[in-house]
Design a protein. Structure first.
Lengths: 329, 550
């Protein structure tokens, strides 16, 4: 087990390295001049050249990449013209736009993303698993048909449409909630929760469709298994058969897929964050791409990579814990 | 518990069960009537599709709410199964009549400890605290011979062997002290020695508790060892019913007679003795080995096996599950690479040849697999499947391929026009014929048959083994017949190798191995084979105890 985790983490390190190379390569071939964008609209060529020199863009791509790696492992110093800024390891560089340290920027933005992802997780587990279980039990009946239509509709509706509809109905029309604006949890927990409610519901609804289908199919699968027949044949009541035995079999895949999804969301749910103005990683990434802010983009992509890879390991561990027949090697 | 009526424990009258299969009604049970008295044992014997398991389910009302149409009366312990209210039905299930299911791997919930599963069932019927129920679970697990029951009761089913899982299911049935145990093929998935242990245990438990038994089985031998009365079923109807000695000893119905003739038995006919094979063997293995995995987890599946196969000869390989017989069979045709030892075919060393060097030999070494369902691609017509080896051998001419496939279909006793038919349109026996036709297509000289008949009913089994013998005589094939069924191997083989733990413990002619077994393991195996003759059951039981004690 420990061996398995170490093996997976070693693999993860390789994946991340490859990912960073890929992002660097992509930016090198992409059109646009980061120096010009960083300098602002009224810069003359001379100023742009200065900026370019300062950002280290005159170096070869390979040298830039090696400097980046050096920053990650040992930290590095940046000169901003007048003074020298030290950036501790793991240093993901300075933003081209405002010289902010990318590592710090990410740490600032991470709580918002985490709030969104964890809240959405609760929503999709409750709604998704509940709906799935209900439609498994009522299969063939009108309840199931209605639920199937709803889940299909939810899967087919893009997050931004769903979010906009919720905003329009809840905030604009019914005026039950103010238009959300992000309040950090540490500042005011109550305001944090009220403002996150709509984003949670939007993302959670969207995801719950998938979980409803997953729960439904794995519950039905378990209900058709022989051991269910055993307990029925021993007079175990239908409710106990379903909750104790059938649902138990549906749990492992739901846990495993949730862990993976959560991992993706820690990299930022770009659409939801943009729609609700949540200052999270997704929004940061979008801004970074727009201004060709290479260090920011690489930094966020690396965090996404770490989240996704770790989520995979966690999913495997949880699955093995939920189903003891699984042996990790 | 006092019986609520003075009638028999089980009373089935004019039972008819109909299912809908793809819209068409199928009558699984058709007007069956029988009774079973307190403490008695009855076996329902029949081939697949005879409706015997459906009857077992009907005794517990398992068809209620499934869409099956049940008519007639079923009374168990005075409870009318069709009319009982849900509470009464739950009391019946497990409290009055307990079911022991087939396939113990999937009959227990994989997510809970076995002790908890028994305790859950016990509490439904006996009530009481969790702790008492748990104690009862340990008690019955101990009773069915689970060693260190208190500790093992916390194991999940997958941590148990097949035999232990079957014991656990028996323990679950015992937990609530039912008056009737309904056992549906309780030993079908087990090795023969384990089967004997379970049947002996069942016998002992019944003697102790006086519980009645309804045993559903396809295996006449299992029935002969375990019951007082036999009811032979076919197509949902009764063929013959009576005391076990009468029905199996002197059957009056032609179907029963046919069934009994088809059952391979240890005292049945063997192949006429042939002259000792002369000359070079066709296939020869010397010290063949195969390991799986590396380091600490390495398992030696085949551990230095030496054998020969001559043209026109059948070598039977028998062993229990895990003995390495399938691994050996696959190595003999180089589907698996040996990790040690030598393999010679027709004088050439082929054990270590690369895939490219092996090409000329591939067509001459063929295999027939156990599961005729899984070994045929369901999405390709059987003709295409049979044509595969021809195409692999480089044949490109479509008309020649077609005519050869027709010929092969005809040769294995199928209609030559069924090139375009798909596997699901065939019965199990017919599918195995397709498998044999596919093996024959490449004109092999050696065919390794891995459990070729174990998924088939006995009457079909007999037809398929007869076909193999016929083909062998005609084509001079060298056959390796791998099976767990000692009686079948005895019937079809010239020589036999008994495998255990990756080694051959005994090898010789059929007469030698079966007539005067030298190895104690062979003797135990032979003693475990159920005899079709009920008169011998008690005697054999005693002999097994002797061997176990020795």
């Amino acid at each position: 087990m420990t061996r398995y985790v170490l093996k997976r983490l070693a693999g993860a390190a390789l994946v991340l390295l490859a990912l960073s190379v890929l992002v660097y390569a992509l930016f090198y071939v992409a059109p646009g001049d980061p120096a010009r964008l960083a300098c602002g609209e009224r810069c003359n060529p001379q100023q742009i050249a200065q900026v370019r020199e300062r950002l280290g863009l005159n170096e070869s791509v390979v040298a830039q990449y090696l400097h980046f790696l050096q920053g990650v492992f040992t930290g590095r110093d940046y000169s901003t013209g007048t003074s020298v800024v030290h950036c501790d390891a793991p240093c993901l560089g300075l933003s081209y736009q405002n010289d902010q340290q990318v590592t710090r920027l990410i740490m600032e933005r991470l709580p918002a993303t985490a709030s969104l992802a964890l809240g959405a997780l609760v929503v999709w587990l409750v709604i998704g698993v509940g709906t799935g279980l209900l439609s498994a039990l009522r299969r063939g009946g009108p309840t199931e048909r209605i639920l199937t239509v709803l889940t299909l509709a939810a899967t087919g509706t893009p997050v931004f449409i769903l979010g906009l509809l919720l905003l329009m109905v809840v905030c604009a029309y019914l005026q039950w909630l103010p238009f959300p604006s992000y309040v950090p949890l540490g500042e005011d927990p109550e305001q944090w929760a009220w403002n996150m409610l709509l984003p949670w519901l939007t993302l959670g609804f969207f995801e719950s469709a998938k979980y409803a289908r997953l729960t439904r199919s794995s519950t039905l699968e378990t209900l058709a298994e022989d051991h269910i027949r055993t307990f029925r044949a021993y007079g175990v009541g239908e409710r106990a058969v379903v909750t104790r035995h059938a649902l138990r079999g549906a749990v492992p895949p739901v846990i495993a897929i949730s862990a993976v999804d959560l991992g993706y969301m820690f990299g930022g749910a770009v659409l939801t964050e943009s729609l609700f103005g949540i200052p999270g990683l997704g929004k940061t990434l979008l801004e970074g791409v727009r201004s060709i802010d290479l260090p920011v983009v690489v930094g966020v992509v690396m965090v996404m990579g770490v989240a996704v890879v770790l989520a995979g390991v966690v999913a495997d561990l949880l699955y093995a814990a939920a189903d003891r027949r699984v042996v990790l090697t | 518990m006092t019986p609520q009526s003075t009638g028999p424990l089980v009373e089935v009258r004019d039972l008819t069960v109909e299912f809908d299969r793809e819209g068409d009604p199928v009558r699984a049970v058709d007007g069956l009537s029988f009774t079973l008295g307190e403490g008695r044992a009855l076996a329902l014997v029949g081939e697949s599709g005879s409706g015997k398991s459906t009857v077992a389910g009907a005794l517990l009302g398992l068809h209620r709410g499934t869409g099956a149409r049940v008519t007639g009366t079923v009374r168990v312990g005075g409870i009318d199964v069709a009319d009982a209210d849900p509470a009464e039905l739950r009391r019946l299930r497990g409290g009055v009549a307990a079911m022991v299911f087939q396939d113990p791997l999937s009959a227990l919930d994989p997510y809970y400890a076995v002790g908890d599963q028994i305790a859950e069932v016990y509490r439904i019927h006996a009530g009481g605290s969790r702790r008492d129920a748990r104690a009862r679970a340990v008690e019955v697990l101990d009773r069915v011979g689970i060693p260190d029951a208190a500790r093992r009761s916390r194991s999940r089913p997958h941590e148990f062997s097949g035999g232990m899982r079957q014991r656990t299911l028996l323990a679950m049935a015992l937990a609530c002290e039912p008056r009737l145990i309904v056992a549906d093929e309780p030993t079908t998935a087990l090795d023969v020695t384990v089967q004997a242990q379970i049947l002996d245990l069942l016998h002992e438990l019944r003697r102790e508790t006086g519980t009645a038994l309804l045993l559903v089985t396809h295996d006449v031998g299992v029935a002969a060892e375990s019951v007082d009365d036999v009811l032979v079923m076919r197509g949902g109807r009764e063929v013959e019913r009576g005391p076990v000695s009468g029905v199996l000893g002197a059957p009056s119905e032609p179907y029963t007679r046919r069934l009994l003739t088809a059952v391979p038995r240890l005292d049945g006919p063997v192949r006429p003795a042939t002259a000792a094979p002369a000359g070079e063997p066709l296939l020869e293995a010397v010290g063949l080995r195969r390991e799986f995995g590396r380091g600490k987890r390495a398992v030696t599946a085949v551990d230095g096996v030496s054998l020969t196969v001559h043209a026109g000869e059948t070598l039977g390989v028998v062993g229990e599950s895990g003995s390495g017989k399938t691994t050996l069979g696959r190595m003999l045709v180089r589907l698996l690479d040996p990790t040690g030892g030598r393999l010679r075919y027709g004088g050439a060393e082929i054990g270590a040849l690369s895939e490219r060097e092996l090409r000329p030999y591939r067509r001459e070494l063929q295999m027939v697999f156990q599961d005729p369902v899984a070994s045929l691609n369901p999405r390709r017509s059987v003709g295409e499947s049979i044509a595969d080896p021809l195409r692999a051998a480089g044949e490109r001419d479509e008309t020649r391929i077609r005519s050869r496939v027709r010929e092969l279909l005809d040769r294995v006793g199928l209609e030559p026009d069924r090139y375009e038919a798909y596997p699901h349109e065939f019965s199990g026996g017919q599918r195995q014929r397709v498998g044999i036709a596919r093996a024959l297509a490449a004109e092999p000289r050696v065919i390794v048959c891995d459990e070729p008949v174990s998924a088939l009913d006995v009457t079909t089994q007999a037809q398929v083994t007869a076909l193999l013998a016929e083909l062998q005589a005609e084509l001079g094939l060298g056959l390796v017949f791998i099976a767990h069924d000692l009686a079948v191997v005895r019937q079809v083989s010239d020589r036999v190798a008994v495998m255990r733990g990756g080694r051959i413990v005994e090898q010789g002619t059929v007469r030698e191995v079966y007539g005067a077994p030298q190895d104690p393991y062979t003797r135990r195996l032979l003693a475990a084979v159920p005899s079709v003759d009920p008169a011998h059951a008690a005697e054999r039981r005693g002999r097994r105890q002797e061997l176990a004690a020795a």
